[in-house]
Write a protein that binds this ligand. Structure first.
Ligand code: IPD
Ligand code: CA
Ligand code: CA
Length: 286
């Protein structure tokens, strides 16, 4: 936990220190659970045509819930595998953990090492703390609102790249892509002719953490869920980046389209992606 302590030493607010200690302990332990199961044969269940759940999603979520509910009993929990049907119209006002126990399940099931645990805490309608832990790389990202973002104990910042032609950007494809490929492919085409490179690595929370630490310059995706982006949004913002919807309007993790960047390429990204924002696609199936 030394890397978390290094960050917490600069966090004056005792409540934030507490929130992040609990989230950090949960993410590291759950990440250990995932790493232990990684590369083994899996029990795979389908939630949809291509949307999977493995025994590791469930075991990781159990670990996170145990630690988070013991550490902060007053908080509610919105976790992907146990209560994803909960009805939240926006960021909860009550203390609420928002948990993706395994972001990158398809990767995990195929033995592709790009996956992570993502845990955020909402309070008074804002995300106030977030951690993302990628166990195979042993990368531990954390942030508290107002205190900057950190990777393995060292402060991180978004990149300085100012042009799309020099940018490495990432995206992802929603689970209904087989039925609705057109808008996703058109948005990809709009970016592919402008960016230096595009990656689709398969874990949205990690894509956001990579924007926060400057390994990527930007990221966009549609139809994500709050647990995919809540911690990552905070990391990007605390690392000096910008997060909006595809048209550049205010974002929160309960909005199903996201555009995150280092800020410098944000206008160029919104120019390319605005036509695919839900605001501009009324009447069209996305
Ligand atoms: C998925 C990943 C993927 C993104 C999907 C998400 P899961 O989360 O973040 O990169 O493209 O839209 O649902 O199902 O692996 O937790
Ligand atoms: Ca996810
Ligand atoms: Ca997941």
């Amino acid at each position: 936990m030394r890397r978390l302590d290094l960050y917490l030493a600069g966090v004056k607010d005792a409540r934030c220190r507490k929130y992040l200690s609990v989230a950090g302990a949960a993410a590291l332990k759950a990440g250990g659970v995932l790493k232990g199961l990684y590369g083994q044969p899996h029990q795979i269940r389908h939630k949809g045509e291509i949307d999977l759940v493995t025994e590791a999603d469930v075991a990781s979520e159990k670990t996170v819930i145990e630690i988070c509910s013991q550490g902060l009993p007053e908080a509610e929990i919105l976790a992907e595998e146990s209560n994803s049907d909960s009805d939240y119209a926006g960021v909860p006002g009550n203390l609420t953990w928002i948990v993706d126990p395994l972001d990158g399940t398809t990767n995990f099931a195929h033995g592709f090492p790009w996956f992570c645990v993502s845990i955020a805490l909402a309070a008074r309608g804002k995300i106030v703390a977030g951690v993302i832990y990628a166990p195979v790389f042993d990368d531990f990202f954390c942030a508290c609102r107002g205190y900057g973002a950190c990777l393995n104990g060292a402060p991180i910042n978004v990149s300085e790249e100012s042009g799309l032609s020099g940018s490495l950007v990432a995206t992802g494809f929603p689970y209904d892509i087989h039925r609705h490929p057109r808008p996703v492919m058109r948005a990809l085409e709009a970016m592919i002719v402008k960016a230096q490179g595009i990656r689709r690595a398969g874990a949205a929370a990690m894509d956001l953490a990579y924007v926060a630490c400057g390994r990527l310059d930007g990221f966009w995706e549609i139809k994500l869920k709050p647990w995919d982006t809540a911690a990552g949004q905070l990391l990007v913002e605390e690392a000096g980046g910008k997060v909006t919807d595809l048209s550049g309007r205010n974002y929160n993790p309960f909005i199903p389209e996201i555009l995150a960047s280092n800020g410098k390429i944000h206008a160029a990204m919104t120019d390319a992606l605005r036509p695919f924002s839900s605001a501009h696609m009324q009447g069209e199936v996305r």
